[in-house]
Write a protein that binds this ligand. Structure first.
Ligand code: ADP
Length: 446
């Protein structure tokens, strides 16, 4: 079996396991359990200058190799081009994208540094799998280093229509970089069509034939088991008591402008204003841990959300009822799983999302005898895979309110009929299957 090389901006901490590790880390670890693997990327630490050679840690068949980034490289590559330019552009938010030539050069420089540090570690039969928008140029930099191995790339976030993406300065170079990869994976058929059109427009028609959709899944059985355990625990019991029989609506997101939180809060406000029968009968818990708190757009989003919470609770609360509970602390996965199982409605309304794993987690967490209903954005990559959800346009607060009303009043029979096929699909197309199908494609051709 060929050795697998995973390249990602962040490399998980070898000591971080199970519930504390990210979903991708867990899925990849499971999928590669039987093969030799090397996990390569940024250490998460900064230093005076970017390291030339990685620090290596071995754990059984898996080796972790990480580079510290120089302060300036970190600012330009990570905070600059990746987070302030590519992230908004790929999520269709060109108006929020900043472009600086220096950041772009820094981004390319770090990709070149990754390739230079990785190339000497590669064996001829290795399979290389690069992850996400931080690494568009890595494949072409590896080819420049003389690497002949099979190279794969998976984009975890959306890929927008070419007309939008091509407004980004230097976008043509980034598209051309992708042609260096033998397998080019995206989340959905829409993303695949957009990326193929971009490659064709940039004179890479052959590379366009190497693009395919590999929708990512979760470890559904694992999450179900987590929810089943958590529902019996003290924390969930305390939370349930505090609801005093009211229906729970739950939202769980990183605090990010792609998640549609202001529109979602407004939609909940509309529910309370237009569908008065829910007053005092529903509680909405939104968990939204702060991410990228040092970036101006994220700070102003936080302020806007604080105002929404104040407005909704100020206008609607009763002495014994707080309609919207809002937390910006991170919550452990088991606790989240328990809260999701308790919730009559999962409210997931990103403006754009590569996949959205929270929607899949909500489905997996449900009680098979009495599942809740999912209200989901049409623009989440997960939408085509979750046909039993109530699909909404996340920009329309009235549509969100109407879907919330429908979800809160939905009879059990209908909830069951909508939920069952989604739960089955979730188990069949899990994270492990996703990894294995991508690896099979990478092994596929000569
Ligand atoms: P993104 O990758 O953009 O953050 P996803 O929905 O695809 O969005 O994945 C988010 C992951 O992070 C999910 O596994 C989810 O359970 C987890 N997560 C999101 N919010 C929280 C939170 N408040 N506390 C703990 N985990 C969270």
């Amino acid at each position: 079996m060929n050795r697998l090389i995973i390249v990602a901006n962040r490399v998980p901490n070898p000591r971080e396991r199970g519930a504390t590790a990210g979903g991708l880390a867990v899925a990849l670890r499971e999928a590669i359990a039987h093969r030799q693997a090397l996990w390569f990327g940024w250490s998460g630490q900064t230093a005076e200058a970017t390291a030339a050679a990685p620090a290596e840690t071995r754990q059984g068949r898996l080796t972790y190799a990480t580079l510290d980034l120089g302060e300036e490289d970190y600012r330009r590559y990570y905070r600059g081009f990746a987070n302030a330019t590519l992230w908004p552009t790929l999520h269709y938010r060109l108006g929020l994208a900043q472009f600086s030539r220096e950041d772009y050069i820094g981004y390319r420089k770090v990709n070149a540094a990754f390739a230079a540090a990785l190339a000497p570690l590669l064996r001829p039969s290795d399979l290389v799998w690069a992850h996400d928008f931080h690494l568009f140029p890595l494949g072409s930099e590896l080819r420049r280093q003389g690497c002949r191995q099979r190279l794969g790339f998976f984009l975890h976030v959306p890929f927008p229509p070419y007309g939008l993406f091509s407004a980004l300065p230097r976008s043509g170079e980034l598209i051309t970089d992708l042609a260096a990869y033998d397998v080019i994976g995206v989340q959905t058929e829409d993303d695949a069509a957009n990326l193929r059109a971009a490659l064709i427009a940039e004179n890479q028609p052959e590379a366009a034939t190497r693009v395919a959709a590999y929708p990512i899944g979760i470890n559904a059985e694992g999450f179900t088991a987590l929810a089943e355990r958590a529902i019996l625990g003290q924390e969930t019991a305390r939370f349930r008591q505090s609801l005093v029989g009211r229906a729970l609506v739950i939202g769980v997101d990183r605090l990010d402008y792609t998640k549609g939180l202001p529109q979602r809060f407004c939609g909940y406000g509309q529910l309370l204003a237009r569908f008065r029968q829910h007053l005092s009968r529903v509680t909405y818990l939104q968990v939204a841990p702060v991410s990228r708190g040092d970036v101006a757009e994220y700070r102003s989003l936080r302020k806007e959300l604080d105002e929404w919470v104040g407005r909704i609770n100020g206008q609607q609360a009763e002495p014994d009822w707080v309609p919207l509970r809002y937390m910006t602390r991170a919550v452990s996965r088991p606790t989240l799983a328990g809260f999701m199982r308790l919730a009559r409605v999962g409210l997931v309304t990103p403006l754009r999302d590569g996949m959205n794993l929270v929607a899949k987690e909500y489905v997996a967490a449900q009680d098979p005898e009495d599942p809740g209903a999912l209200v989901l954005s049409r623009f989440a990559g997960a939408a085509p895979q979750l046909p039993g959800a109530l699909l909404v346009n996340p920009l329309d607060p009235d549509e969100i309110a109407e879907a919330l009303d429908q979800a809160l009043t939905m009879p059990r029979e209908e909830r069951l009929a909508r939920w069952r096929p989604m739960a089955e699909e979730g188990r069949a197309s899990g994270a492990r299957a996703w990894c294995l199908s991508f690896i099979a494609a990478l092994e596929g051709g000569g």
